[in-house]
Design a protein around this ligand. Structure first.
Ligand code: ADP
Ligand code: ZN
Ligand code: ZN
Length: 761
């Protein structure tokens, strides 16, 4: 018999045979699938997932090294034709061992294939060319600086002045950082070069993405008692051989970064390395410089603008011990340090720590798993910790520290709330409350800057007919098309575009147009209310081209505008010392996204937005405009009271059995045929029900967007306090899925699992 899915095969003497899934060339670009090998009887007890083995491979049966990624008693091939493992090899490079173990954990924990997990944790080896590196070096002697400063100031050449000041502090700086993070236009740098004030030096470099200003050294502050307690606590746990996971809750400016740096220094002293995760959008030039000031060329950065080669080189530098610290987004977790001692996750609450592709891992859990493998500590930091982190801190799984005040003694912004219902009743029909208007007047008079934050996902409005109500929709997705500046209509889910419509395709009326309540509309309302005021707008529309993001920020930093209007993307990271007023329009918009994290997301966003005001010497104010001033997320954000928010929110999660109190597995079932999708989801629901125990199963229900790219989507939710039970349930569902797939009508059905999802389905 040569059938597929042969059940446990027996040898002639009736003894059971085991097979191993072997991946050849683990770090090769083309790792694609495991091969099945028979385990010789003599090795049955020795081979485990993660073992390194020698196997015959290819037509010529050349001997190769492979890794075992799974053991099974089934073989989908003719068992007689399966080749046999030759022998066990000595353990391989430590980073490969770790990667395999971590990938195995991911596969189990998140339900992905081993290959996908391996591709995530193990970067493909790639050949790379050397890179050109440009730095900017100050040429003018110290005695000429005051005159230059005077001249730039007099001519209001803000960018030149800032560049000069920066170079006075650090006389050699990477060109790319000056243009990107310091927001200086390249033309400005070049014109100062022509004047002989500075020089642009080009060297070929072995791919260090950010060339540290070598002379720059920075002394740490002497820590306050709150900061010292965190450093002492983490280091004590580490030295005691009981590495811990700790959460430090501290407002922006409370000195968390200082704490990270100090702990990393202690680790480096102990021969250990550090991984620092910071959401890319929040990683400012100033923060980078601080790390360079302490670790010089022993720190490196990973970000999305690195080429594959540059990225790979950072892995190489880490592997070879050339660097001690890596800073980057969630993928920086997989930088193969030999002995990491600390993994820091800053802005721990950020959604970007969740990978939304397979494997759908969360950096927080993955960091804890990795730390467990390597004997490292984990430190989470945030002003508004995720419910997960707070809950675990309060239930004793994490250590908890709090930094209650700004390290510099600066006060937080004063927050006002404007009840837009009351405004309307009082006859104010504008989108700006009276208080916001008068504060804007005040700031414009004082020449201070303002940020207006529109809490609204999406920007261009949908296009509808005012005569019959017809809405222009994507023919492939269940979403309305968005109107674009260039006049075309576009679907953000599949990229479908259509020409603008002048006449309603339903009723022929000419009254069809874009319903706009986005940043663009706010911009025109601002210009109507304050004619002549200089406005910059930052949203998905104005940032679609390369570097547009940086250009807008640099223009604002250079005080080329009085008001910056934008969506979520203006909230994160950037410090504009001249901003003393933040207006939040439609604060409650994100409360209505229909998922269990809506309040948490809204609260964090509002607290962060408020934190944008008053980051320099000047005190800040913030106005939150809302139709739901009594909603607890808004109320607590107004008072900037995290604990009150947590108390209410966790009660709601407890009652409804949502994470972090319960774990939740989302099972998404997709099929091009709607009936098949629903039927498959129903069958999976039955399989989930029969898992028994205390598991709660909900659904199937339509996903929040029922159809994307002509694929229908249904969701089941399975909840339990015990994560392992959810894994057990997933295994049952995977078996059910396999059976389904044998039926022709479910041939195209796809099932995806997601644990403790952070975005609505
Ligand atoms: P966070 O990371 O929490 O936003 P930072 O570490 O960036 O806070 O600190 C905010 C500011 O306070 C920085 O300018 C930093 O140099 C300064 N600072 C940090 N710790 C101290 C301290 N112990 N004494 C004085 N200033 C400090
Ligand atoms: Zn119509
Ligand atoms: Zn579409």
């Amino acid at each position: 018999m040569t059938g597929k899915n042969t059940a446990a095969s027996k040898l002639n003497d009736g003894e059971e045979v085991l097979f191993a899934q072997i991946i050849i060339d683990i770090s090769h670009e083309k790792v694609d699938r495991p091969f099945t090998y028979r385990i010789p009887r003599s090795l049955v007890s020795a081979i485990r997932p993660g073992s390194r083995v020698r196997v015959p491979f290819g037509v010529k049966n050349k001997e190769r090294t492979g890794y075992c990624v799974g053991i099974t008693d089934r073989c989908t091939y003719d068992p007689d034709k399966v080749k046999e493992i030759i022998g066990l090899e000595a353990p391989g490079p430590d980073d490969e061992e770790t990667a395999i173990k971590l990938a195995l954990w991911m596969k189990e924990h998140y339900g992905s294939t081993m290959i996908m997990a391996l591709r995530t944790v193990l970067p493909a080896r790639k050949a790379v060319k050397p890179l050109e590196n440009r730095t900017v070096v100050l040429k003018s002697p110290p005695e000429e600086i005051p005159a230059l400063r005077e001249e730039f100031f007099r001519r209001h050449q803000v960018a030149r002045l800032r560049l000069l000041e920066s170079l006075v502090r650090i006389p050699e700086q990477p060109f790319s950082l000056i243009t990107s993070k310091l927001h200086i236009p390249p033309a400005t740098v070049r014109s100062l070069e022509k004047k002989g004030i500075l020089e642009i030096r080009t060297t070929t470099q072995l791919r260090n993405p950010v060339n540290a200003p070598s002379e720059y050294r920075r002394e740490g502050h002497s820590l306050n008692s709150g900061q010292q307690a965190v450093v002492d606590g983490v280091i004590r746990d580490f030295d005691n051989g009981t590495p811990s996971v700790s959460l430090v809750k501290g407002v922006t400016g409370s000195g968390k970064t200082e704490v990270y740096i100090r702990i990393i220094e202690e680790m480096v002293r102990r021969g250990r390395q550090a991984i620092v995760l910071i959401p890319e959008i929040a990683l400012t030039y100033q923060t980078l410089l601080r790390f360079y000031g302490h670790f010089g060329n022993r720190v490196s950065v990973i970000n999305s603008s690195l080429s594959d080669g540059e990225r790979y080189d950072q892995y190489e530098r880490a592997r070879k011990g050339e660097i001690d610290v890596i800073i980057g987004p969630r993928s920086a977790l997989f930088v193969p340090f030999p002995r990491p001692g600390i993994i820091v996750i800053d802005e721990e609450h950020e959604n970007s720590y969740k990978n939304e592709n397979m494997p759908k891992y969360h950096a927080r859990e993955t960091a804890v798993a990795l730390a467990g493998l390597k004997g490292a500590c984990v430190l989470l930091g945030s002003a508004t910790p995720s419910l997960e982190a707070s809950y675990r801190a309060r239930t004793g799984q994490y250590r908890y520290y709090e930094l209650a005040e700004r390290a510099t003694g600066q006060s937080m912004a004063r927050v006002h709330v404007a009840d837009m219902r009351a405004e309307l009743m009082a006859g104010n029909r504008s989108v700006f409350s009276e208080q916001l208007k008068s504060l804007i007047d005040d700031r414009l008079r004082k020449k201070e800057q303002i940020m207006l934050f529109l809490n609204r996902r999406g920007y261009a409005g949908f296009v509808s007919c005012r005569a019959c109500g017809h809405v222009m929709k994507c023919p492939h997705c269940d979403v309305s098309l968005s109107w674009h500046r260039n006049g075309r209509l576009m679907c953000h889910y599949c990229g479908y575009t259509a020409p603008a419509v002048k006449v309603c395709p339903e009723c022929g009326s000419g009254y069809i147009g874009a319903f706009r309540a986005g940043t663009e509309q706010i911009e025109s309302l601002v210009l109507k209310e304050w004619p002549g005021v200089k406005v910059l707008r930052m949203d998905a529309d104005t940032t679609s081209t390369k570097n547009a993001h940086e250009k807008i920020l640099s223009a604002f930093a250079n005080e080329e505008a009085d008001i910056l209007i934008g969506t979520q993307m203006i909230v994160k990271g950037h410090d504009f010392p001249k901003v003393t007023l933040v207006g939040i329009l439609m604060a409650d918009m994100s409360l209505n996204t229909g998922d269990y994290r809506a309040a948490e997301r809204t609260f964090a966003l509002l607290v962060q937005a408020a934190g944008r005001a008053g980051r320099g010497e000047l005190a800040g104010e913030c106005v939150i405009q809302t139709y739901e001033p009594d909603n607890y997320a808004i109320r607590c954000a107004t008072k900037q009271d995290y604990d009150a928010f947590y108390t209410e929110e966790i009660r709601y999660r407890e009652i409804l059995g949502y994470p972090p109190v319960c774990h939740m597995m989302a099972v998404q079932v997709q099929d091009p045929d709607e009936d098949s999708a629903l039927a498959a989801a129903g069958i999976l629901r039955e399989a989930a029900d029969s898992c028994g125990g205390m598991i709660r199963v909900i659904g199937p229900s339509e996903a929040s967007i029922r159809r994307i790219k002509d694929i229908y989507r249904f969701v089941l939710y399975v909840k339990d306090t015990d994560y392992d039970k959810l894994i057990g349930c997933r295994n049952a569902l995977e078996e059910a899925e396999e059976k389904l797939k044998a039926e022709p009508r479910f041939k195209k059905t796809a099932v995806q699992f997601d644990y403790d999802p952070v975005n609505p389905y």
